[in-house]
Ligand binder design. Structure first.
Ligand SMILES: Nc1ncnc2c1ncn2[C@@H]1O[C@H](COP(=O)(O)OP(=O)(O)OP(=O)(O)O)[C@@H](O)[C@H]1O
Ligand SMILES: [Mg+2]
Length: 216
């Protein structure tokens, strides 16, 4: 479903990633490893269609994601280092805005029940009216991940998803990842930490720093 072929990526004329290729099928996770600065975030942004490739291609269900960015965006959820939330809106407002853009919002009654369920399991229900700008880093991370769960998109692209999460939140994330994969979704995650999922169907990609590869 997600097919990456001979992908090359550069930043400001400098080659960061070269010749990366993999194919991920429904129900599988891909974990991207590598040291600081080796290009994990760069690769994830390219998979999300946010960074054009210098070479090669990224295809989702046969569609070139860089040729059809709007269509692809409806199918993929992305959480970056910064959580992409609006500080001036409440937790609930942030989530509802995102859910409106989702591919499969369901009926409004179903959506509200699902929303409450996700907020309760995330430990965010009592904070639902709080301004996101007033939350801690770990609480914001929970909101960003709850948003992904509510968007109900098949492809989750997560940059360091467990960053700032406490043990309870990591367990919550692990359950959500397992459920998503069992439902036939795909997860691509960069992580220095072990991805908190019990699912055995995980592929691994090791990136190397350009200097370690002998580049200039
Ligand atoms: N916006 C940018 N403009 C120019 N160069 C960038 C930019 N962002 C990252 N880089 C460079 O690209 C390289 C890869 O950065 P990237 O953020 O992808 O690494 P990473 O593997 O995600 O690191 P970390 O583990 O610290 O998150 C680094 O050498 C970095 O200096
Ligand atoms: Mg990074």
């Amino acid at each position: 479903m997600l097919c990456v072929d001979h992908l090359g990526l550069g930043r400001r004329g400098r080659e960061i990633v070269d010749g990366v290729g993999f194919n991920i099928e429904a129900g599988w996770a891909l974990q991207i490893h590598g040291s600081n600065g080796c290009g994990k975030t760069t690769l994830l942004r390219a998979l999300a269609g946010m960074l054009p490739p210098a070479a090669g291609s990224v295809r989702w269900r046969g569609m070139n994601v860089h040729a059809q960015p709007e269509r692809f965006r409806r199918e993929r959820a992305y959480v970056g280092h910064s959580n992409g939330l609006s500080d001036d809106l409440s937790v609930l407002e942030n989530l509802r805005f995102a859910a409106l853009l989702g591919v499969n919002p369901g009926s409004s009654r179903d959506a509200r029940m699902h929303e409450r369920d996700v907020l309760e399991t995330a430990g965010l229900w009592t904070l639902r009216h709080a301004r996101v700008g007033s939350l801690s880093q770990g609480q914001r991370r929970r909101v960003a991940l709850a948003r992904v769960m509510l968007e109900r998109k098949p492809l989750w692209l997560l940059d360091e998803p467990a960053e700032a999460l406490d043990d309870a939140a990591q367990a919550w994330l692990a359950d959500a990842l397992d459920e998503h994969l069992q439902d036939g979704g795909i997860v691509v995650a960069t992580t220095h930490l072990r991805l908190p999922t019990a699912v055995a169907r995980t592929q691994h990609l090791q990136l190397q720093l350009q200097l370690e590869r002998g580049g200039s």
